[in-house]
Write a protein that binds this ligand. Structure first.
Ligand SMILES: C[S@@+](CC[C@H](N)C(=O)[O-])C[C@H]1O[C@@H](n2cnc3c(N)ncnc32)[C@H](O)[C@@H]1O
Length: 302
């Protein structure tokens, strides 16, 4: 390999042969290197604009798209009678989280019953539960349990032994405490989960309503790995496009054949119609037809 100094000496010698003085040759070389260096810096240093936006000029390679595709295969289904115990074993060390609830130090922080929801008792719940007669319902976004407890009541009225699995991190959203001042906060920890549990205990639904207090993304992936599927899935967690899109994609693969997935806020403009855009795009990509039922969207698998 030719070293840089050898190259420099050769260029200087060549320039010298063409009757440049040695000093002028070095000077010319200096200008040339500066110019080339400047050009290469322009190519290498990204501007802040480039750093914050991703511009794709060529179609993504198959390996690139793999990263943002959702996993479509889950474990083989386990029998639905095992769901409750599987969740107790794998999340709550084998015993019910309602055991000895509420603890004496928590009790004074809770209201006997505090329910608040949004469209949580709409006719869509009755319509779908009567149609599907679900053994298992997964609710994505539970809050204080208004819709979950409404579904528990409806399934009980029909004499169904339905298990309702509620997925929620029970953190609400940033700013929850200003809007729900009666939900206490202890050292920055909102009592939303405990108030939800209290609501479940209040209507004696602890055998039918179990909760998975984690992020929707990781929990849906985990249910897929454990082979836990549902006949009816309600999506009502994050309402921005990306949250709704990922929840719907992850939830859909947990739907049993013949099942129905539905969700609230199809018409809400608050989140730039994030839910609506996600539902419509999902339906288009999967060749499904979106039905509206009140404020809710519904996607059938049949
Ligand atoms: C609109 S509320 C659900 C209301 C409930 N379905 C009802 O009708 O009563 C939305 C809930 O989703 C939960 N949530 C939002 N994003 C979440 C996420 N990424 N993981 C877990 N929970 C989330 C919040 O904590 C909140 O309790």
């Amino acid at each position: 390999m030719i070293s840089e100094s050898t190259t420099t000496r050769r260029i200087v010698a060549a320039l010298h042969r063409r009757e440049f003085t040695k000093t002028a040759s070095y000077f010319l070389l200096l200008i040339l290197s500066y110019y080339l260096g400047y050009l290469s810096a322009l190519i290498k240093i990204p501007s802040y604009h480039h750093a914050t936006t991703t511009k794709v000029n060529s179609p993504p390679q198959t390996t690139d798209t793999d990263h943002y595709l959702f996993q479509t295969r889950c474990a083989d289904p386990i029998p639905s009678q095992l769901f409750h115990q599987t969740i107790l074993d794998r999340i709550f060390n084998g015993s019910s989280p309602y055991k000895d609830f509420p603890q004496p130090h928590i009790k004074p922080l809770l209201r006997y019953k505090r329910i608040r929801g949004w469209g949580s008792t709409g006719l869509v719940f009755k319509n779908l539960i009567h149609k599907v007669k679900p053994k298992t319902i997964i609710e994505i976004g539970t809050f204080l349990g208004a819709s979950a407890l409404h579904m528990a009541e409806l399934t009980q009225q029909l004499g169904l032994q339905t298990q309702i699995l509620c997925i929620d991190d029970f953190r609400g959203w940033p700013g929850l405490s200003t809007r729900f001042q009666d939900i206490k906060m202890v050292n920055g920890d909102t009592m939303l989960l405990y108030q939800f549990m209290q609501n479940v205990v209040h209507v004696n639904a602890t055998e039918r309503v179990i909760f998975l207090p984690f992020s929707t993304g990781s929990t849906l992936e985990t249910l897929c790995e454990w082979g836990i599927f549902a006949d009816l899935i309600e999506v009502d967690a994050g309402h921005d496009f990306h949250s709704a899109w990922s929840d719907i994609n992850r939830a859909y693969k947990l739907l049993r054949p013949g099942g129905v997935i539905f969700g609230h806020d199809y018409f809400t403009a608050a989140d730039n119609r994030g839910v609506r855009r996600a539902v419509n795009m999902f339906a288009r990509v999967n060749g499904l037809r979106v039905k509206a039922d009140g404020q809710h969207w519904v996607l059938d698998t049949v």
